[in-house]
Design a protein around this ligand. Structure first.
Ligand SMILES: C[S@@+](CC[C@H](N)C(=O)[O-])C[C@H]1O[C@@H](n2cnc3c(N)ncnc32)[C@H](O)[C@@H]1O
Length: 267
């Protein structure tokens, strides 16, 4: 089993950017819809693969599900545990999603969010999710669309593309589900449409804030790019941002939305 490509980087929490988090009310609205449509169990054991700080599964624990969340980053697991209210049936543990400590068919649903883009052999992770899902259990893939494409980030990406780094992420680009859909289709899993276009939220950011994140290499794009090439693109981007109208203080309002890909075997 290869060591995660993320070690060290993924463990960085992002406390200054809480507005990027999916509003909990939206998560509940999403789960309500899935349950009402018969696409998600009303109770049972839920696996949160690559759980981070528990963003998408803590609300499920609060609703009475038995949650098992796994993440490769110790710090993330510690933060999830710290957020877990006493008395809930939830376990957050360190594990690689490519080797989940779950029995075959042990879970009534799998939830996963913003994971696959970090893993070069993401297909191995998907196969693990398939393995732990009991027959009929869904895999719910949640994404926050539109929260990341600031002008500074787009410029930085263009610079690195021009320098020959065409690929954004180690795994599939989170802007599209096409690769995931195709891979799961090959294993007999089909996507089921879920309407979430109304689950949007807005937040303000600035050029300076995006540059800070790029300096700290918080964002997942281009983590594989060597330091020298990354630094050169960043220096050029910093100069470009400073020369733009409004300079580094330039504000940008982002509109994000919750997107859900729901997969069922034989669906
Ligand atoms: C962008 S965060 C998303 C966290 C959470 N799913 C959420 O939506 O808030 C990606 C997470 O995937 C975890 N991760 C990356 N590769 C992993 C692996 N091979 N096994 C388990 N977790 C992994 C990282 O440590 C990180 O916490």
């Amino acid at each position: 089993m290869p060591v995660s490509e993320l070690s060290g980087i993924s463990a960085k929490p992002d406390p200054r950017r809480p507005q990027r988090r999916i509003p909990e009310a939206h998560l509940h609205a999403c789960y309500d819809r899935l349950i009402a449509a018969g696409l998600f169990p009303a109770r049972g054991r839920i696996c949160d693969a690559g759980c981070g700080t528990g963003q998408i599964s803590l609300p499920l624990a609060g609703r009475g599900y038995a949650v098992a969340g796994y993440d490769i980053a110790v710090e993330m697991v510690q933060r999830a545990r710290a957020k877990l209210p006493a008395g809930l049936d939830a376990l957050y543990a360190v594990a690689d999603v490519r080797a989940l400590p779950e029995a075959d068919r042990a879970c009534d649903a799998v939830v996963v969010s913003k994971l696959f883009m970090h893993i070069a052999d993401w297909q191995a992770a998907v196969l693990e999710l398939v393995r732990v899902a009991r027959p009929g259990a869904p895999i719910a893939h949640l994404r926050d669309r539109g929260a990341y494409g600031t002008a500074v980030r787009r410029h930085f990406a263009a610079r690195l593309r021009a320098a020959g780094f065409a690929r954004l992420f180690l795994g599939p680009d989170p802007g599209s589900s096409a690769e995931l859909v195709a891979f799961l289709a090959g294993r007999g899993w089909s996507p089921v449409p879920v309407a979430t276009a109304d689950l949007t939220w807005r937040f303000d950011t600035s050029a300076a804030e995006t540059l800070r994140g790029l300096r700290e290499r918080i964002f997942a794009e281009f983590w594989y790019v060597p330091e020298a090439a990354y630094a050169a693109a960043l220096a050029e981007t910093e100069a470009w941002a400073a020369a733009e109208p409004g300079g580094l203080d330039r504000a940008e309002t982002m509109t994000a939305r919750l997107a859900v890909d729901l997969f069922r075997a034989g669906g």
